[in-house]
Structure formats: C-alpha cells, structure tokens
Design a protein around this ligand. Sequence first.
Ligand SMILES: [Zn+2]
Length: 249
Amino acid sequence: MRKSDHRLDKTISCPVCGNTDINYYVKKDDYSFDNCNNCEFIFLNPMPNQTTLNKIYTDEDTKINGGYKKASSRLRRAFIKLPRFLPYVFNKSSLDFGCGGGFVAYALSFIAKSSTGVDINQKAVAYAKKKFNGVNFYCKDFHNLLKSKERYDFIHSSEIIEHVSDVNLYMNALSHLVNSKGYVYVTTPDLGHPKVPKDITKWDVLCPPIHVQHFTKKTVTILFKRYGFNIIKFYKNKKPGLVFLSRKL
Ligand SMILES: [Zn+2]
C-alpha cells in the first residue's frame, strides 16, 4: 500500500530491503526524498536514470580537462591510507571501483600484486592513464563490468554508492567482481551520524541529484548481507561518513 501522495513513480518497495512501508521524507531543490521505515534508506523519488545522472556529471568532465584540483593532496591522502588497506591488499589483486583520476588505484599499486581502476567517466580515466603507470585503468559501466571475467581480492569504492541510480545494479557488480572471501571497503555519507544537522535540508551533503540516496549503518548492513557480504568493521569517523570493510562469504 502506498502511504504517501508524494510518491511519483511506480516503485512501491524499498530498493534495499523490499519493505513497502515507505514515507515521504524531505524535499530539497525540487527533488523529493522518500525513506524506508524498515532499513532507514533515503532515496530520491522519482529516481533519475543513470543516463540523466551521467549528463549531470558532464560538468565534472569539464573540470578534469584542466587537471584535478589539489591533485598532489589527493595523492598524498591516498598514500596515507595504505597502512589501513595493507592486511587485505598486500600481494593481492585490487580494484578501485569508481576510481576517478586514479589516485587511490595508483597508491594501491605499491602494495598490491596488481592494481586496477575503473570509472564510468571517460575523461577521468584518460587523466589517470596519462598520469599513472603500473595500474590497469578501464572506462566501463555496470553492464560491461557484469560481463567481466576478472575477479579481485580487494575492492575499494569510496563515495560512489550514494551517486548510483540503481543501487542493486551497483551491488550486483561488486558481488560479481569480488573473489570468494574477498574484501570490499566502502565509504559513503552517514545519515545516522550525530553531526548531521537536525534540519536535514541544512546538510550540504544532501545535494540532489548529485547524491541520490543516503544510508545509515543499519541500511548498509541489510543491503550488503543481501548480496552475501558480512560487514566486519565500521571504522570510527568524527565526520558524518560511513567507512566500513565487508567480506564476501
Ligand atoms: Zn528498506
């Protein structure tokens, strides 16, 4: 049963948990979010399709033409994170899923047996290929990735899941690409963090249609379990961001 007149499309169940107890949540910049009362998932309704979202990122492409801003600090931050990844990546195959300009994939290449970066953004991948040696960079979408025969022991996917139109397609791709017993490290904004403003519209991270959905610990736990992942660790974060490591069963 529909609970709200605000719901515009025909989706009547939560994309994360399948529950039908969905309510109108909030509106920002003419975009309307719903929330699932069961798993706390917050998502745009109607949800723009991936083609529409990709067009919005064309602006990002234009910026990349002149190179990434703060490229050296991006690279430094990528290297600073390596000790965290070392136990799961050392001498293993790694993939940065949504690699952008390739900073993390390049840093991972120093500890992994092999390092790959994949992104939907052609200009980002072209930039990464030109800038970094020793990494396999590919421009592929979810459908291409689902046909891939490559499997990875470790997948890094930072600040991607909140952008994708179809969260189940994203999870299918992750699940397809990771080796059995492999690790997946994900970061995304944390809607359940105490530092998130009470008036959610004041939160600059709530920025539709750049971010089309939001998660809490509960949401990602339910979502990843559905795809055969066990979340083995949530990292402490003073900022409102979820940072977690999961393992494929
Ligand atoms: Zn749900």
